[in-house]
Write a protein that binds this ligand. Structure first.
Ligand code: NAP
Length: 448
């Protein structure tokens, strides 16, 4: 994905493979709750371009970036300030641009703290599986909290230090403790039937019976094989969603240079959970006329095995008249009322992908019912691309004056952003756009 300087993207995520990311969704919930109109976009690039992007971050209008795999360590050499905890952790995930000076923080630490704090005592013993990037802030947090012992199962031989003892996977059934934490990617979508314990070929009960709590950093799926098995043996199970949401909340504190109270943070976490756990079985596409909603909507409906409905086609079928005729004969207000009526009817259905007309979001009633009943995707396409590659001659509002599309975009962009759960950058090839949508939808669908 390119770096679009024409887009006022205030914050973004740097990483290598981001199409599955739900960070934009979380940030959207935060900004919506704060009543501010920031954009949060995905900046996907290869290692060789890191220098270029860090330079852009210093110079461009971007105020801050989150950083994910595999750049959490490498970005540290480009920044002007790293806070003490992050230095100890050895990686950062939040970069803030303050007038060209970049400060770096690790907010995964706070996500871990929010997840674990109520279970931690001075005599707590923890077994961590895997010793990669995400294990480091956990270790720092556990040491800072004064726990008594941390065992780390690693595939490599490593040197013990302080309360940290490295063990081989062959001896994990001999470890007794309170909390067992999976920081390996084993069990992540699509390999959902795997777990770092079941892969060992030992009686897994022998491991789980020694612990009270299982925490898996993975959040896709929300309930991994590791957590399912742990539950079978009576352990409390914690997934990686709280960590993910709270690291984003803390990143926003740095981005916006503000503080959020406990109540606000809990509200955000609860709102994200509502979206993610909801069993919405309607996917709605919104966006500018000619912005690809029908083409992409059809492809997505096919992949999901859902019905596909084009709202304009449904209006024509329902009324027995063409959109052009309705506009010319009865005017826009009549059309908008009819559109609302049809949307009300369709929103009672299930297993459906719907592409809405470009102006559907103008009525607040429509925005409310779209938000309430469906998962809304805004296909964000540069207006210049629409003008240069789409035939607008059959669009009622543009037929006579194509240049009007620029004003229409200005009027509507914030409404598309407001109504949507996620914004998908449409300035890419069709395959990439469909893949981005499907990655997000598969994540949501996996628990339906
Ligand atoms: P990473 O740096 O690649 O580290 C993962 C570690 O797991 C590796 O260093 C390795 O440790 C071990 N490992 C890797 N493949 C394995 C395999 N096939 N079998 C057994 N062990 C294996 O990745 P990471 O950044 O730490 O991320 C790890 C997981 O945490 C991912 O699933 C990621 O999505 C998740 N995560 C979640 C959040 C959140 O907010 N919830 C945040 C960050 C990461 P050894 O070499 O020591 O065995």
């Amino acid at each position: 994905m390119g770096f679009r300087e024409d887009v006022m993207s205030e914050f973004c995520l740097f990483g290598k493979s981001l199409s599955h990311s739900i960070s934009p969704l979380i940030h959207k919930v935060i900004y919506r709750e704060l009543g501010i109109k920031n954009l949060y976009s995905l900046m996907e690039f290869e290692y060789d371009d890191l220098n270029f992007y860090m330079d852009k971050l210093k110079k461009a209008t971007i105020k801050g970036a989150n950083v994910t795999i595999p750049y959490k360590v490498d970005v540290m050499e480009y920044v002007d300030f790293i806070d003490e905890d992050s230095k100890n952790i050895g990686s950062v995930n939040t970069l803030v641009n303050m007038g060209g000076r970049i400060s770096a923080f690790n907010t995964d630490y706070y996500g871990i703290e929010e997840t674990l704090k109520k279970y931690i005592r001075s005599n707590t013993r923890v077994l961590i599986l895997g010793y990669g990037g995400a294990a480091r802030p956990i270790i720092t947090y556990l040491i800072n909290s004064g726990v008594s012992k941390v065992y780390i199962a690693s595939r490599q031989k490593r040197k013990d230090y302080g309360i940290i003892k490295f063990i081989d996977y062959s001896s994990i059934k001999d470890i007794e403790g309170d909390i067992i934490i999976n920081t390996t990617p084993v069990g992540m979508y699509p390999n959902v039937n795997e777990s770092p314990i079941s892969n060992l070929g030992i009686d897994e009960g022998e491991v789980y019976k020694n612990f009270k709590i299982a925490f898996d950093l993975i959040y896709n799926p929300l309930e991994t094989r590791f957590l399912k098995d742990a539950k079978k043996y009576g352990l409390i199970s914690l997934n990686g969603l709280k960590m993910l949401v709270y690291q984003a909340i803390f990143a926003c504190k740095y981005f916006l240079n503000t503080d959020f109270d406990k109540e606000f943070s809990e509200k955000i976490y609860s709102r994200v959970k509502e979206i993610i756990y909801s069993k919405k079985k309607i996917i709605s596409f919104v966006g500018m006329p000619g912005g690809g909603k029908s083409t992409i909507g059809k492809l997505i409906s096919k992949s999901l095995g859902y019905d596909y409905i084009d709202l304009d086609d449904f209006i024509e079928e329902f009324s027995g008249e063409s959109i052009g005729y309705i506009f010319e004969t009865y005017g826009e207000e009549y059309f908008r009322n009819l559109e609302s009526r049809c949307l009300d009817i369709l929103m009672s259905r299930k297993n459906m992908v719907i592409s809405t007309g470009g102006g559907c979001i103008l009525k607040s009633h429509n925005r409310e019912i779209l938000k309430k009943n469906s998962f809304v995707i805004y296909l964000d396409w540069d207006v210049e691309n629409i003008v240069s590659s789409v035939d607008l001659s059959n669009r009622p509002l543009l037929r006579k004056d194509k240049a009007r599309i620029y004003n229409i975009e200005k009027e509507r962009k914030h409404l598309y952003e407001d109504v949507s759960d996620v914004i998908v950058d449409n300035n890419r090839c069709l395959d990439d756009i469909v893949t981005s949508c499907m990655e997000i939808l598969n994540f949501l669908k996996i628990r339906l």
